[in-house]
Design a protein around this ligand. Structure first.
Ligand SMILES: Cc1cc2nc3c(=O)[nH]c(=O)nc-3n(C[C@H](O)[C@H](O)[C@H](O)COP(=O)(O)O)c2cc1C
Length: 316
């Protein structure tokens, strides 16, 4: 395999492929299935200040080209994460990087999680989730420019570790929100979280999902994810992590050419846990075929015929 290494977020990533938050638990769940430490990294399930029980069932269902979930950010909470989950990650993810996905009902709760974790060892930084469509206030910060700016500035003052903000697709101009995060001191962005959606069981005339609506993920959202990643990456100079529907090396490369330095694989894990390993091998194969020596040369290397490389001024 040609080298997939890159320096991103102030550290080296041995591969651009990470596991997406909420689809790989806290790592341990996948340890017997794939060699986790050969990946670029892993993003944990969301961690909140207090434990959360999540939403009532049904919490997941298949959709055409993907799935819908309304887990509702169920998690063990800060203290159990620190005592039970982080030690495992510290011991087993040595070459792969760990980002901790953080969530809160208020800026104070986000701050409580970050300051509660910051002195611990065994992880690189934070992915700040302001974009969960499955809980009442999940996108509160992600859709309010002032609230987002205040939140990122507040967290910036609490940590020197990389702060990556995970954006919602559910805004009119993602570039605007990307710039807000960069201006407030974010080190990177993750694009995108799930799209709000619902399914109806017509026989019962009831929603399929207990929470009524949920977040749609999987191959169906890939074109939107690539587009929104392209828009976000063009708006900022901090690195972007591309997410949404990635199943293959070619899928991941679409995000990389659109401007993503790293990518995350989520829903594909439920179909085939080895998908991220294959994604890595296929990216490597592509680089060999095209005689690309450095993955960084592919980041944002999209060519649009008839257009000079430069700022994105397109609109849908
Ligand atoms: C079951 C499930 C749980 C998720 N939980 C979280 C979460 O806790 N925090 C978060 O930021 N994103 C969460 N996500 C969103 C994913 O990290 C990812 O952004 C999204 O699923 C799109 O990527 P994919 O199409 O590869 O799955 C979850 C997704 C799924 C399917």
């Amino acid at each position: 395999m040609v080298g997939l290494g890159q320096s991103v977020l102030g550290t080296s990533f041995q591969s651009p492929v990470l596991l997406a938050s909420g689809t790989c638990g806290y790592g341990e769940e996948y340890a017997d299935l794939i060699p986790l430490d050969t990946l670029g990294g892993l993003v944990t399930k969301a961690v909140s200040l207090e434990p959360r029980a999540g939403n009532p069932p049904h919490r997941v269902a298949e959709t055409p080209g993907g799935m819908i979930n309304a887990i509702g950010l169920q998690n063990v909470g800060l203290e159990r994460f620190r005592s039970e989950k982080l030690p495992w990650l510290r011991e087993h993810l040595v070459s792969a990087r760990t980002l901790i996905n953080v969530v809160g009902h208020s800026a104070g709760e986000y701050a409580g999680v970050v300051s509660g974790l910051d002195d611990d060892e065994g992880f690189l930084g934070y992915e700040i989730n302001v974009s969960c469509p499955n809980v009442k206030d999940g996108t509160l910060f992600g859709t309010d420019p002032q609230g987002l700016s205040d939140l990122v500035s507040k967290l910036r003052r609490l940590t020197k570790r990389p702060l990556v903000v995970k954006l919602t697709p559910n805004v009119p101009d993602i570039g605007h929100y990307a710039r807000i995060c960069e201006d407030a001191g974010a080190d990177g962005l993750s694009t995108i979280n799930t799209f709000p959606g619902m399914l109806i069981d017509v026989e019962r005339r009831q929603p399929v999902i207990g929470n009524v609506s949920g977040g749609v993920s999987g191959p169906a959202i890939l074109p939107m994810g690539v587009y929104l990643t392209w828009r976000a990456a063009a708006a900022v100079s901090i690195p972007v992590i591309g997410i949404g529907g990635i199943r293959s090396g070619a899928d991941a490369l679409q995000y990389i050419l659109a401007g993503a330095s790293l990518v995350q694989v989520g829903t594909a894990l439920f179909v085939d846990p080895s998908a991220p390993i294959q994604v890595q091998e296929e990216i490597s194969g592509y680089m060999e075929r095209h005689a690309i020596r450095s993955l960084g040369d592919l980041v944002g290397a999209l060519e649009i015929p008839g257009r000079d490389p430069g700022p994105v001024e397109d609109s849908p």
